[in-house]
Design a binder for this molecule. Structure first.
Ligand code: ATP
Ligand code: MG
Length: 367
C-alpha cells in the first residue's frame, strides 16, 4: 500500500495542509512540538480508524475548531482509492468514507491502508506492565481481523456494564440478579477474544523468532507465550470449551469479585511473555536484548500484515531510529527494503539520503 497524498484540515495543529509522499522512504523532520507525530497519527487513523494516543476522537480536532477532516489517496489492491474521516469536537459521531461512499463499520475500510507504528515506548513493552503489551497486541490484531475488533469492543462494553453492577450492588443489592446473564455473555465473547489472540500470538512468535535469530546471528532463540485465564489449558480449543473454562474461573472468583467490587477474571487481564533461549526477558533481559526482541516483534507484526493483505503495510517509525545504536538502526533499515515508510526525527543526520524529506514547522509543510 502506498499513501500518495494526504490532506488535513483542523487536525491537531494542522489548520490546513496538503502533502504528497514518496512510495519509499519519507523523512519527516522538524523541531519538537511542530507536528511530526501528529502527522503519523493522521496516517494511522486514516488507515485504521484508531489513534495510538487519543482517548477520544475529539482530542484530534484542532483547538477551537468544530471538526477535523483527514483525506488520503492510496494506491492499494491494485488501484487508486480514497479514504476520508471527519471527526467532531463534540459528541457527534465520526464519519468515514471509502472512495466517496459513506461507510458504517471499520470492516468496510479494512485492508486499504494498514499501518504498523513503531515508537520508542514500544522498545520497552517487554519490560513494562501488561496493559502496554495488550495495547500493542490489540492494535495489531484489530487491523488484521475486523471481527476481532468487533468482539473486543463488545467484550469491553459488557465488562463496563458488569463493573458498574459490581460497584453499585453495595447500595442496590437487587442488581446482582442481573449478574449471571452478564457473566455468560462475557465468557462467550471472551472465548472468542482468546481464540483470536491464541492464533495471532502463535503466528507473531514464529515470525519474531526468525527475525531475532538473524538479528542475534543465531545466538538467541526467541519464544513467545500467550498467557490467559489459568483454567484455559488450551487456548486453541473450540470457543464452546473456552466459554466453559472461563465460567469455571469466574465462579471460583465470584465472591472475591463481589467483595472487591471489581471484575477480577477474564481476558482483559491477558498478557504474553517473551523468552530468549529459555530466559524470561522481563525479569532477566538486558536493555539491549529487550530492545532487540521488541524490534523483532514489530518486524514480525509487519510481516503478518503483509502476508494477510498481500501488500506491505505502511511503516510509521516515530523517533525510534534515533533511539537505536547504529547496528540496530542498520538492521531495521535493511529489513525494510520494500514498502512505504515514514520516519520522523529532529536531527535527520545520517538518514537524509534515504528518501524524500518533508520539513514540518508549526503544523505547516515547508516547501
Ligand atoms: P516531538 O519531536 O517533541 O515528538 P512532534 O513534532 O512530534 O514533537 P507533535 O506530538 O506532533 O509534535 O505535536 C505538536 C503540537 O501539536 C504540540 O505542541 C501540541 O500542543 C499540538 N496539539 C496537540 N493536539 C492538538 C489539538 N487538538 N489542537 C491543536 N494543537 C494540538
Ligand atoms: Mg513526536
Amino acid at each position: 500500500m502506498i499513501l500518495r497524498e494526504l490532506s488535513l484540515r483542523g487536525f491537531r495543529n494542522y489548520r490546513q495542509a496538503e502533502m504528497t509522499f514518496d512510495p519509499g522512504v519519507n523523512l519527516i523532520v522538524g523541531d519538537n512540538a511542530q507536528g511530526k507525530t501528529n502527522l503519523l497519527e493522521a496516517v494511522c487513523y486514516l488507515g485504521s480508524g484508531k489513534s495510538f494516543r487519543a482517548q477520544r476522537a475529539g482530542e484530534m480536532v484542532c483547538f477551537g475548531q468544530e471538526f477535523a477532516d483527514i483525506r488520503g489517496t492510496v494506491f492499494s489492491q491494485e488501484r487508486e482509492q480514497s479514504l476520508r474521516f471527519v471527526l467532531f469536537s463534540g459528541s457527534k459521531p465520526r464519519q468515514m468514507f471509502r472512495n466517496g461512499v459513506k461507510k458504517r463499520s471499520l470492516e468496510e475500510i479494512s485492508g486499504v491502508l494498514p499501518t504498523v507504528l513503531f515508537c520508542p515506548e514500544d522498545l520497552l513493552i517487554l519490560k513494562t506492565g501488561s496493559a502496554q503489551r495488550r495495547r500493542f497486541g490489540d492494535l495489531a490484531l484489530c487491523q488484521l481481523r475486523p471481527n476481532y475488533d468487533a468482539a473486543l469492543t463488545e467484550y469491553n462494553r459488557i465488562l463496563e456494564q458488569k463493573s458498574r453492577i459490581l460497584k453499585d450492588h453495595f447500595e442496590n443489592p437487587r442488581l446482582l440478579e442481573l449478574l449471571p446473564e452478564y457473566d455468560l455473555r462475557l465468557c462467550q465473547v471472551g472465548a472468542l477474544v482468546i481464540s483470536y489472540r491464541a492464533r495471532f500470538y502463535q503466528a507473531l512468535g514464529k515470525a519474531a523468532r526468525d527475525y531475532h535469530r538473524e538479528f542475534s546471528a543465531g545466538a538467541e532463540e526467541l519464544g513467545l507465550e500467550y498467557k490467559t485465564v489459568s483454567t484455559v489449558d488450551d487456548p486453541f480449543a473450540p470457543t464452546g470449551v473456552l466459554t466453559g473454562k472461563l465460567m469455571e474461573h469466574l465462579q471460583r472468583h465470584a465472591r472475591a469479585e463481589q467483595e472487591s467490587g471489581q471484575c477480577l477474571t477474564g481476558p482483559h487481564k491477558d498478557d504474553f511473555t517473551v523468552r530468549l533461549s529459555g530466559m524470561d526477558l522481563k525479569t532477566y533481559g538486558s536493555q539491549g536484548q529487550t530492545r532487540t526482541a521488541a524490534i523483532s516483534l514489530k518486524l514480525a507484526q509487519r510481516e503478518l500484515m503483509g502476508r494477510e493483505f498481500g501488500e506491505e503495510p505502511v511503516l510509521l517509525l516515530d523517533d525510534v531510529l534515533s533511539e537505536l545504536d547504529p547496528r540496530r538502526q542498520d538492521f531495521v533499515l535493511n529489513q525494510i527494503v520494500s514498502g512505504q515508510v515514514f520516519i520522523t526525527c529532529c536531527e535527520p543526520g545520517r538518514f537524509t539520503k534515504l528518501g524524500k524529506t518533508i520539513a514540518i514547522e508549526k503544523g505547516r509543510v515547508l516547501a
